[in-house]
Design a binder for this molecule. Structure first.
Ligand code: NAI
Ligand code: MG
Length: 478
């Protein structure tokens, strides 16, 4: 028997959205000179007007960050810095509901995910790094404990608050000051975080938030007063940034795209595996750089897995992101929806078999039904390019060596998954896979203590854990 779920919408009354926002520079709100709208992608309702940061705004933020670094932040002991980080983490927990609702409104992700994943993990990153602030000399990384100085950070729209936490927490723990730019479609939780910095009494200028688009990001990358750039986003923009930074003394970390292989061996526990496949590709609408977007099935179980997967996909609840029962929310923007449509059309044109879950999509807003492609070959665009949406490409293999060959046949190398009951399979395969993060019999698990990052076009450097700290400290090599 099937039970229907009654709608259980989370109230949005907990958040207060201003009609217009300025930049957060030197601890104050500074009005911008030009503005753009941020919308709720589930309804296309305009939420607020956001300032478009100019080169002058970036310059003011860099000066504030430099002044804060010289006069206050670099003079504090690690223990004192840690106190501020603990305070920020606790305030984020206290205001968790506000952050979760705001993130869901601005991004389109289900409240269940913003409430249970994004916000608690963001607070956890601040707690984790608060603990390191006075223990850097014991982190066991091959670096000095001196910070770079002023760090420029540019983040994407798929995990707006979480990516902010990944960037700001280690930077502050190690004694750097920050100029951060959120993505143009998802600025609101970064602006709420600025209020948290004020509430925590963080010295002025330690964290500066300049909103804007690629031109604002470019002004940060090219500003001579910045000592290090940390970027998360597309490989295309990552390459532009690498070129811009190459002739300078800036240090650089890049966390870019992926095309994760999720390999299912014939001996895997099929029901658990199907849950893991769903979590691997449909979590956060598939807007996940480490998504398991290529399912690589052993032929002996391919039919069974696909049948169970389709049955499970028909049960995915797509719709109102504020509804606590929703599994799959809105696509973040019209541009991203167009990209997903373009790549899935290419999949069909190139001859792969398309199947979409039977669900009704809302009329307004940006939506895409959970979709799989079977009969995918390695030459197909949907096997090579990052779709960054709820779309899974399925390939098959006969021998373990063939699985590895297919999994590694990609310009990316961020994540991979292995499903098998045999420890020896898991250990063998994980040693062959060229991916920064490898999950076994699970997928998309994150922890602040675990370093995250990629090989090849997935980026440079690691974030999180002790390895992530080293990116914010000076080394003997650049
Ligand atoms: P994007 O790389 O253009 O945007 C990411 C951030 O970079 C945003 O804050 C943006 O304003 C900024 N930016 C854009 N151009 C810049 C420039 N020239 N200099 C400095 N900063 C710049 O990503 P976009 O266009 O939003 O998404 C395109 C594709 O990128 C997605 O479909 C997906 O495949 C991939 N992507 C990967 C992400 C990841 O987590 N690795 C996150 C977002 C997108
Ligand atoms: Mg872009």
């Amino acid at each position: 028997m099937n039970f229907e779920y009654a709608a259980a919408p989370e109230s949005r009354s907990v958040v207060k959205i201003d009609p217009v926002y300025g930049h957060f520079i030197n601890g104050k709100w500074v009005p911008g000179s030009a503005h753009f709208n941020t919308i709720n992608p589930a309804t296309e309702e305009v939420l607020s007007s956001i300032s478009l940061g100019s080169a002058a705004d970036v310059d003011a933020a860099v000066k504030a960050a430099r002044n804060a670094f010289d006069k206050s932040w670099s003079k504090l002991s690690g223990r004192e810095r840690g106190k501020y980080l603990f305070r920020i983490a606790r305030i984020m927990q206290e205001r968790a509901r506000e952050f979760a609702v705001l993130e869901t409104l601005d991004n389109g992700k289900p409240i269940r995910e913003s409430r249970d994943v994004d916000v608690p993990l963001s607070a956890a990153h601040f707690f984790y790094h608060a603990g390191w602030a006075d223990k850097l000399e014991y982190a066991g990384v091959d670096i000095t404990t001196a910070p770079h100085g002023v760090v420029g950070q540019i983040i994407p729209w798929n995990f707006p608050l979480l990516m902010l936490a990944w960037k700001i927490a280690p930077a502050l723990a190690t004694g750097n000051t920050v100029v951060l730019k959120p993505a143009e479609t998802t600025s609101l939780t970064a602006l709420l975080f600025a209020q948290v910095c004020q509430q925590a009494g963080l010295p002025d200028g330690v964290v500066n938030i300049v909103t804007g688009d690629g031109s604002t990001g470019s002004a940060i990358v090219n500003h001579p007063g910045i000592d290090k750039i940390a970027f998360t986003g597309s490989t295309e923009v990552g390459k532009l940034i690498a070129r811009a930074v190459a002739p300078t003394n800036k240090s650089l970390t890049l966390e870019l795209g992926g095309k994760g292989a999720n390999i299912v061996f014939g001996d895997a526990a099929i029901d658990e595996t199907v849950e893991g496949i769903v979590n691997g590709i449909f979590f956060n609408q598939g807007h996940v750089c480490c998504a398991g977007s290529r399912l690589i099935l052993q032929e002996s179980v391919a039919d069974e897995v696909l049948e169970k997967l389709k049955r499970r996909m028909d049960k995915i609840r797509v719709g109102d992101p504020l509804d606590k029962n929703t599994d799959l929310g809105a696509i973040n923007s019209a541009e991203q929806l167009a990209k997903i449509r373009e790549l899935t059309a290419a999949g069909e044109a190139e001859g792969a078999g398309r199947w979409s879950a039977n669900c009704t999509l809302p009329e307004n807003g940006f939506w895409f039904a959970p979709t799989i492609f079977t009969g995918v070959t390695q030459a197909h665009r949907i096997a090579r390019e990052e779709i960054f949406g709820p779309v899974l490409s399925v390939l098959t293999f006969r021998t373990p060596a063939e699985a590895i060959e297919k999994a590694n046949n990609t310009p990316f190398g961020l994540s991979a998954g292995i499903w098998s009951e045999k420890g020896s399979n898991i250990l063998w395969a994980s040693q062959q896979l060229r991916a920064g993060v490898i999950w076994a019999n699970t997928f998309n698990k994150f922890d602040p203590a675990s370093p995250f990052g990629g090989y090849k076009e997935s980026g440079w450097g690691r974030e999180g854990g002790r390895h992530g700290l080293s990116a914010y400290l000076k080394g003997s090599a650049k």
